[in-house]
Design a protein around this ligand. Structure first.
Ligand code: ATP
Ligand code: MG
Length: 463
């Protein structure tokens, strides 16, 4: 039995829909305003939402992303009184299962609902997989990293090539290893090819192996990395550095899974799964003929883009906790605490070296605070503290007085904390001024209703 939420203000229609879904053996409930709909979707564990477009307090197409993002990730069927091609396109782009016009709804609904629920059941079964995803110490629970973990889980189930992109230190190799560890190939080798450090003259023999006497110094035959990855995963790290001739040879291996060792006559085979990583823009490299378009095309059968740390600062605390407790364990120390200024200072920095830089910074701070049970901001390197101090000075110059924040720069909160409290104050005044009317509030604030609802939810406020 599936749980279905009908968000519609047309009483006659909702009565029919409820009856229809119950006859199919499902449990259905109705919300007759968008606000109730969003609230119920957030609280309930719905599999499917039947969403009207024209509602008294909002447009279903605007709210579609909000419904798709609630914890149960329901499928959404748009039920519209007046269908139009632009609306249909918007619905599908925003992830609707389908778009049905009201006059046809009773006729078409059973079939669409059955398909959507079947799809959902299969997706859930597949997502659960044989075992829970082994995260391989990938820390973080931000929306961004969770999205990457969903992609990882999906990639691990198949054999398609995966391209992992992201700035230096964002965890590309960590993800590549996790894909292997979660795949059916996990018992076999995970072979790393660091394309940036291979000498050009040895690349082909390193990848494909060579026969005895194939070149000066080849005094015995050698198996290449491609063969070592047979049955397992071949990780081409820094794939953007692969010389153009090797790209051609490699493309052939990918297409045929067979190759010839340097100096050899026989074709050998290897059944490997390819994962590649790069911090370069490969499309740009293609445009200057530094990377083969056909190879890129094959590599990006599935792409996972890892966000830079500064775009997911929500994960900073858990990453910090993880790295510091690892250091405590390594040095046999009691768990260390963080001073309030410590995480605030870390959050003000922009982390060009991403998680790797964070781990190194914490190691530095840990040794500076070796005998102290608490880590304070002054255990951090100067360049990180300077940025926090500068941010603080700038803040005090601008909106400090307006928001009555203490003028003592040292007692300033972190930027996000400051911004959030200012945001909350704004929303409270906005709601007071518009007497809690979300439509009026969204007009005054010039925000879409979806965005406004998200902000209200973030601050636990109600329109
Ligand atoms: N989400 C994460 N949780 C825990 N540790 C992480 C995470 N992301 C990265 N790390 C750690 O940060 C370090 C850098 O990660 P990794 O080597 O995978 O980065 P990369 O993207 O391959 O960097 P580069 O482009 O410089 O090769 C590693 O020690 C890794 O374990
Ligand atoms: Mg790497």
């Amino acid at each position: 039995m599936a749980k279905i939420l009908v968000v519609d203000d047309d009483r006659n229609l909702t009565r029919v829909l409820i009856e229809q879904t119950r006859r199919m053996g499902h449990h259905a409930m109705v919300a007759s305003t968008m606000r109730d709909g969003v609230e119920n979707a957030r609280l309930g564990d719905f599999d499917l939402v039947l969403l009207d477009v024209q509602m008294p307090d909002g447009n279903g197409l605007d709210f579609l992303p909000t419904f798709k993002e609630v914890a149960s990730r329901p499928e959404v069927i748009i039920v519209t009184g007046k269908g139009d091609p632009a609306g249909a396109a918007k619905a599908i782009k925003s992830g609707a299962w389908c778009y049905i016009e009201k006059p046809h709804v009773t006729k078409d609904l059973n079939l669409h609902m059955a398909r959507a629920l079947q799809y959902r059941a299969e997706k859930n079964r597949a997502a659960r997989g044989p075992v829970v995803l082994k995260r391989e110490m990938i820390i973080g629970s931000s929306i961004k990293i969770n999205h990457c973990l969903d992609q990882l889980a999906q990639a691990a189930m198949s054999d398609v090539s995966v391209l992992i992109t992201g700035e230096t230190g964002t965890g590309k190799e960590l993800f590549a290893r996790a894909i292997h560890a979660n795949s059916r190939r996990s018992a076999k080798n995970f072979v790393v090819v660091d394309c940036a450090s291979l000498p050009e003259t040895l690349i082909e023999s390193t990848l494909f192996g060579h026969e005895k006497g194939a070149f000066t110094g080849a005094d015995r035959a050698m198996t290449g990395l491609v063969k070592q990855a047979d049955g397992g995963t071949l990780f081409l790290d820094e794939v953007g550095e692969l010389p153009i001739q090797t790209q051609k040879a490699f493309l052939r291996v990918l297409q045929e899974h067979s190759y010839r060792p340097v100096g050899g006559c026989d074709e050998l085979t290897s059944d490997f799964r390819l994962v590649a990583a790069t911090n370069r823009d490969l499309e740009k490299q293609v445009s200057v003929s530094a990377f083969r378009k056909d190879l890129l095309f094959r590599l990006k059968a599935s792409v996972i883009h890892l966000p830079p740390l500064k775009k997911r600062l929500e994960d900073l605390r858990s990453l910090t906790g993880y790295f510091v407790s690892r250091l405590c364990e390594r040095y046999g120390q009691e768990k260390k605490e963080f001073g309030v200024d410590f995480v605030a200072t870390l959050s003000a920095y922009d982390w060009p070296g991403n998680v790797r830089e964070l781990a190194q910074t914490l190691e530095h701070a840990f040794s500076a605070a070796f005998h102290s049970p608490t880590l304070y901001a002054n255990h951090l390197p100067d360049h990180i503290r300077i940025l926090q101090a500068q941010t603080a000075v700038q803040q005090s110059k601008t909106s400090l007085q307006a928001c009555q924040i203490p003028s003592d720069a040292l007692s300033l909160p972190a930027w996000r904390q400051f911004r959030d409290s200012y945001e909350k104050e704004y929303l409270q005044r906005l709601l007071a001024q518009t007497k809690g009317n979300v439509s009026a509030a969204s007009r005054v604030a010039d925000l879409s209703r979806t965005h406004l609802y998200q902000l209200l939810a973030k601050h636990d406020l109600q329109g």
